[in-house]
Design a protein around this ligand. Structure first.
Ligand code: NAP
Length: 510
């Protein structure tokens, strides 16, 4: 078990997991099942759940059906509806963590400040806001969508009213009767705007929604599960697994349209246009919300409430570009000034330049941010990185999805990582990193597969693309193909080095 070495005051552990969201929690549970009990999970927030703990904005819900957006090893017969609300998903992660008996090794309210590879000790030396660790492996589950991106708008820092990001909702601010502005019309905004609209309507408030680019939004086929269904999920053997498999097959069937035949996505566009016509009668507003790029190029959103909300009397959709923010207003390029009391920015996250990369230093003394800054994010099988031994990244480059559940990807990566750890133990390996050739070959194969996808050809700018114009975020294929690639730890694609002569942590760290 984790112990502080008296000489160095460093806690030596076999595995240090960063983040207690779906990824970090799965890693902890599966390591434990594999007999690897010596780990810590370092979490900067106060509880498990990751994005589902932090994102508490009104209306936060999952847009992937919960039957699939849950662990395969912890099915939940009690989901209240097809797409679960944030609170329910967060409670699910808490329950899974408690049931697995891993929480004694979770360290909350603690941030990872620095992780540097020590080649002699064959350990990562990790500095956190609450102490030092020396870990044989670092498994990062820090999340692709965790660092809020604040918009760079002239004068925004001079705004005198309340301002907050959708992922850091300030529940102390009473919005009743206020003049609110929301910047952004992505997945977060389309959920929170309809909720705010209701609050403001009943209290005489007003909202301006600033849209830079419209999204394709299809109807949300939402429904609650009945008591009978829940009882059946619980008691009829295999039923819930079959329901999960059906959702998986349905979503997976859509992948080829995104990855190989984007023209098929015109069907989605007509569904979306019907959604618009149903809710909006004003032709000018209809035109404003209709995208001009191929559906799927940006994430396809699902909502029944967005169009009615922006068509309502107490909401204005502003499409003129924002010129500046003043102490009490937003001014658009046409010179119009709209006074506000509260500013909500729903402007997304740092995805292709993850801030944690600045704090990870590899074998050659270079930070991951430096290495990735040269040509963009890259990792072998989205998980391991040349020059960064024994570092495993869950939800790494080219692992995110535009069509299905990230939990499937997370579990695929965790299986691979656990197999790597098993292999290292069995073979007496102290350090593994993918060869430069293996990583380059993987990356070029992925980028080749990316060429015909809608994310490349669809005619939009999205957060999937990095500053070089490459899509380094999404997996350009079927999820079962990803799982097959990661089915076993392929040590032959790695540089491996035998465990150093001083496996004793105290000696190594002295
Ligand atoms: P996002 O999709 O990146 O959307 C950000 C929005 O802010 C976009 O409309 C963007 O416009 C706009 N924006 C950014 N900078 C701006 C600026 N300087 N001026 C004006 N507008 C600006 O972020 P998000 O909505 O938080 O969603 C991020 C991802 O999180 C989603 O794609 C999804 O994967 C996930 N998510 C999932 C759920 C769910 O499952 N229910 C909910 C929320 C989020 P442009 O389009 O022009 O860039």
């Amino acid at each position: 078990m984790a112990k502080k070495t008296p000489k160095t005051d460093v806690t030596a552990v076999d595995h240090l997991i960063v983040g207690a969201g779906f990824a970090g929690l799965a890693a902890a549970i599966k390591l434990q099942e594999a007999g690897e009990h010596d780990f810590v999970v370092i979490e900067k927030d106060s509880d498990v759940g990751g994005t589902w703990h932090i994102n508490t904005y009104p209306g936060a819900e999952c847009d992937v059906p919960s039957q699939l957006y849950s662990y395969s090893f912890a099915l939940n017969p009690d989901w209240s509806k097809v797409y679960s609300p944030q609170q329910e998903i967060w409670e699910y992660t808490k329950r899974v963590a408690e049931d697995a008996g891993v929480l004694d090794r979770f360290v909350f309210d603690t941030a990872v400040l620095d992780a540097t590879w020590d080649d002699t000790a064959q350990r990562w030396r990790v500095t956190t806001s609450d102490g030092e660790y020396a870990a044989r492996t670092v498994i990062s589950g820090s999340g692709g969508l965790s660092e809020p991106r604040l918009p760079e708008i002239d004068g925004i820092e001079s705004f005198q009213g309340e301002v907050f990001h959708s992922a850091r909702w300030n529940h102390d601010v009473d919005l009743a009767g206020k003049r609110v502005a929301v910047i952004g019309t992505g997945a977060s905004a389309i959920q929170l705007v309809p909720e705010l609209q209701k609050t403001l309507q009943s209290s005489g408030g007003h909202m301006d929604v600033y849209q830079r680019t419209p999204n394709w939004i299809i109807p949300r086929n939402e429904r609650r599960f009945t008591g009978v269904e829940k009882a059946a999920f619980k008691h009829v053997p295999g039923l819930q697994r079959a329901a999960r498999a059906a959702v998986y097959a349905q979503l997976e069937g859509r992948a080829p349209a995104f990855t190989r035949f984007p023209a098929l996505l015109k069907v989605v566009e007509s569904q979306c246009k019907k959604n618009i016509s149903k809710a909006i009668s004003d032709p000018e507003l209809r035109a404003k919300v209709t995208p001009t790029y191929r559906a799927g190029c940006k994430r396809i959103l699902i909502s029944n409430a967005w169009y009615p909300a922006i068509a309502s009397d107490n909401v204005d959709l502003v499409t003129d570009p924002i010129a500046k923010v003043t102490g009490d207003a937003i001014v658009t390029a046409d010179g119009v000034e709209r006074p506000i009391d509260v500013l909500v920015v729903a402007t997304g996250f740092y995805v292709t330049e993850p801030p944690i990369a600045q704090h990870i230093t590899g074998r050659e003394g270079r930070s991951l941010a430096d290495v990735w800054g040269e040509a963009g994010m890259a990792a072998y099988k989205g998980t391991t990185i040349h020059g960064f031994p024994n570092l495993f990244q869950i939800v790494g480059p080219n692992t995110a999805l535009g069509h299905s559940s990230m939990i499937f990807i997370i579990e695929s990566q965790v299986r691979y990582i656990v197999d790597a750890v098993r292999t290292m133990r069995r073979e007496g390996i102290g350090a593994v990193e993918p060869t430069a050739e293996a990583q380059a070959a993987w990356t070029s194969k992925v980028q080749e597969r990316m060429k015909p996808t809608v994310w490349t050809t669809g005619g939009c700018a999205s957060w999937y693309l990095d500053k070089f114009g490459n899509n380094t975020t999404l997996w350009p294929g079927q999820t079962f193909a990803f799982r097959r690639h990661l089915a076993r730890f392929d040590a032959e694609q790695y540089d491996t080095r035998a465990l150093a002569q001083h496996p004793n942590a105290e000696e190594a760290l002295a």
